[in-house]
Design a protein around this ligand. Structure first.
Ligand code: SF4
Ligand code: SF4
Length: 76
């Protein structure tokens, strides 16, 4: 039996401390579901954050990110 409440939805997964806050993924996202957050990471930069919905799993954020471990896409 599947519990739809617990089913993983397609979304970006962000490693905040690896993100340099460059904003390339924000500009590349066709659904505008990423934004630079207000809170700094441990390196003193404001990392990107997922707004919480709207991701279609296109991976444009991943392909435009210059940092190897900052963002990836988890598909449902
Ligand atoms: S996978 Fe696509 S829609 Fe989802 S956050 Fe990345 S760029 Fe935006
Ligand atoms: S996830 Fe990558 S592209 Fe997006 S702001 Fe961070 S370093 Fe830049």
């Amino acid at each position: 039996m599947e519990d739809s409440e617990q089913r993983v939805q397609t979304h970006p997964e962000i490693e905040a401390d690896s993100c340099k806050g460059c904003g390339r993924c924000v500009a590349a996202c066709p659904k505008k579901c990423l934004a630079i957050s207000e809170k700094m990471n441990k390196m003193g930069v404001k990392p990107v954050a997922y707004k919480g919905d709207g991701c279609i799993g296109c991976a444009m954020c991943f392909y435009n990110c210059p940092e190897p471990y900052a963002i990836k896409v988890v598909k449902a």
